[in-house]
Design a protein around this ligand. Structure first.
Ligand code: FES
Length: 128
C-alpha cells in the first residue's frame, strides 16, 4: 500500500499528542470509535470565549492513517473559528495526506471527532 511522505511524516512525528483537562469549560472533548475497525480517537479543543480554537490535543488507539489524520487536523485547527473547524471534512484530510481508499475511513473518525468536540464545548458553555 502506498503512503505519501506527508502521511508518513505525521505518523512518525505526530503533532499535538496528549490531553487536556476535560472538566475545563474552555475544553471540548470527543471520543470517537470507527465503526469499520473499532479504533478509537480522542480529540480535544481549547476554545476562547469568542469561539476561536487556541490549542488542540489528540490521542488515538488506531492505525497510522488515524494518527496522521489526528496530527494534521490538530495543526489545521489552531487559530480557526469553530465555524471554520466544522468546515474541515475527511475529504480535505484524506486529500492532503493522499490516503489510499482503504484508509479513508480513518479520516472520517477525525472529522467526527472535530464536530463532537466543538459540540461538547458548545454544550458546556450554553451555546447549543
Ligand atoms: S484502520 Fe482503524 S482507524 Fe485506520
Amino acid at each position: 500500500m502506498f503512503f505519501s511522505e506527508k502521511m508518513l511524516d505525521h505518523f512518525e512525528h505526530p503533532r499535538n499528542v496528549g490531553s487536556m483537562d476535560e472538566a475545563d469549560l474552555s475544553v471540548g472533548t470527543a471520543t470517537i470509535t470507527a465503526t469499520q475497525c473499532g479504533d478509537v480517537t480522542k480529540l480535544q479543543l481549547r476554545i476562547s470565549d469568542d469561539g476561536r480554537i487556541v490549542d488542540t490535543r489528540f490521542k488515538t488507539f488506531g492505525c497510522g492513517a488515524a494518527i496522521a489524520s489526528g496530527s494534521l487536523a490538530t495543526e489545521w485547527l489552531k487559530g480557526k473559528t469553530v465555524e471554520e473547524a466544522l468546515a474541515i471534512t475527511n475529504a480535505h484530510i484524506a486529500q492532503e495526506l493522499e490516503l489510499p481508499p482503504a484508509k479513508v475511513h480513518c479520516s472520517v473518525m477525525t472529522e467526527e471527532a472535530v464536530r463532537d468536540a466543538v459540540n461538547d464545548w458548545k454544550k458546556k458553555n450554553g451555546k447549543l
